[in-house]
Design a protein around this ligand. Structure first.
Ligand SMILES: [Zn+2]
Ligand SMILES: [Zn+2]
Length: 425
């Protein structure tokens, strides 16, 4: 028999991340987790309950979803046409109807975070996590102001202090069509100043989208366009005044912005919350009413008010504001094993500390004991438990007060009691 042949695995390079998708690394997770923790705590304070809907739905559910040239991500499961949800609101409306929430409660208040995906204009896959708050049912006019107030509190408390609130009303099924007619007339002889998207919007009878376009030539063309506020029906006008009065009452500053047109399913109040950074402006999310949605999906006329944003928006906001969060692990005790036998002994010690609700962390990084103890001190850990070869053999543990450097030897039986005493547990 000769020498055994050395075996090597077959190498095939891992394909890279797909364009348009993101990995959420630990340092980004810290910021997102802090954001979600705050959202959850505020949501509970204001009686919103958590809801999660599936990633896929029957694609017909999303027939109102049209975002300029973005497309649904559709596929077949053999007999049905399915789609990945591009936004949560449609699934929420379906759940509201399917589980008959209207019969169970007067007002349904939900918060959520869930992945969403779609194909963008360049036919690239886009995926992110959408977060939001949604209300269905009997919504008092003051609710818009209350929701906005909650959101401003959420962002401000997370260090996004320089906020602007952009508000508009885009009317309802009664007054919006007449306004759209006026807009079409207005843009008729300005068609050739419009960008490709706006020209499409014009041809497809969505002239409102032209108002939202930030293209210079489109903005210039829209400069003297009739404003929707002048065309609101009496109900919408009163409703909008109610919202603005609510904001005044709360002392919330706002900017009436006719360029904020919401989504294709928006009705009445629409708003955006933006972070105004020193060099950039970041939209943190969109809100407003979708009062025809439930009825369009076969339910009775039901008011809907919500706000939604994405993970990317929040991370961009934190970046623009220079706000950084780090994961803080609260550690009570650092374990320092020296050598293999000692490492084995710390396994049991770790478990015993854990059983007594004492959080221990082990030094696993490189560096001398000295640098590691410095690390413990900078992490505000008061106690280090050191086990060397001798202690491992004798069944003892050295307890070191990290700040003073004082050391004492204890038996393995006594060490837990001593740690508890020193931690005041
Ligand atoms: Zn109206
Ligand atoms: Zn345009």
């Amino acid at each position: 028999m000769g020498r055994p042949k050395k075996l090597t695995p077959q190498v095939e390079k891992a394909p890279p991340r797909l364009a348009g998708l993101m990995d959420l690394l630990p340092e980004q997770h810290a910021s997102w987790d802090v954001f979600m923790e705050k959202l959850v705590s505020l949501a509970h304070t204001f009686s919103y309950a958590k809801i999660t809907t599936p990633l896929f739905e029957d694609s017909r559910l999303f027939r109102f979803w049209s975002q300029a040239s973005d497309q649904l991500l559709v596929f077949q499961d053999g007999k049905n046409n399915l789609a990945v949800k591009p936004s949560n609101i449609f699934s929420l409306a379906r759940v509201y109807l399917e589980h008959q929430f209207a019969e169970k409660e007067r007002v349904t208040k939900w918060y959520y975070q869930s992945p969403v995906a779609w194909l963008n204009q360049q036919n690239q896959l886009r995926q992110t996590t959408e977060y939001g708050l949604q209300i269905f049912g009997a919504i008092a006019p003051i609710a818009d102001a209350q929701l906005i107030n909650l959101l401003l509190k959420l962002f401000t408390e997370l260090g996004l202090t320089s906020l602007s609130l952009q508000v508009n009303s885009i009317g309802c099924i009664e007054c919006l069509p007449e306004y759209e007619e006026q807009l079409k007339n207005y843009f008729k002889d300005k068609k050739y100043d419009l960008c490709e998207n706006c020209l499409d919007a014009f041809d497809n009878n969505h002239p409102l989208e032209i108002l939202g376009c930030n293209n210079l030539s489109c903005s210039t063309a829209a400069a003297d366009a009739p404003t929707l506020i002048d065309y609101l029906c009496e109900n919408c006008r009163r409703n909008f005044i109610g919202v603005l009065e609510g904001l005044d009452e709360l002392g919330v500053a706002y900017n009436l912005n006719p360029k904020v047109i919401g989504k294709p399913w928006s009705r009445r109040t629409v708003f955006e919350i933006r972070y105004q950074g020193p060099t950039s402006e970041v939209v943190l999310g969109f809100g407003g009413h979708a009062d025809d949605l439930i009825q369009s999906l076969g339910g009775v006329s039901t008011q809907a008010l919500g706000f939604a944003g994405t993970l990317d928006m929040i991370l961009a906001g934190f970046e623009a504001a220079g706000v950084k969060f780090v994961h803080k692990n609260k550690v009570d005790v650092f374990l320092v094993p020296l050598g293999d036998l000692a490492a084995k002994k710390t396994l049991r010690l770790f478990t015993e500390l854990w059983n007594h609700h004492i959080v221990a962390s082990e030094f696993i990084g490189p560096g001398s004991i000295k640098t590691q103890l410095k690390l413990a001190e900078s992490n505000k850990v008061a106690i280090a438990l050191i086990i060397g070869q001798k202690e491992a053999r004798d069944g003892t543990v050295i307890l070191r007060d990290v700040r003073s450097g004082m050391q004492e030897l204890f038996t393995s039986e006594r060490i837990i009691e001593e740690v508890k005493k020193r931690l005041g547990k």
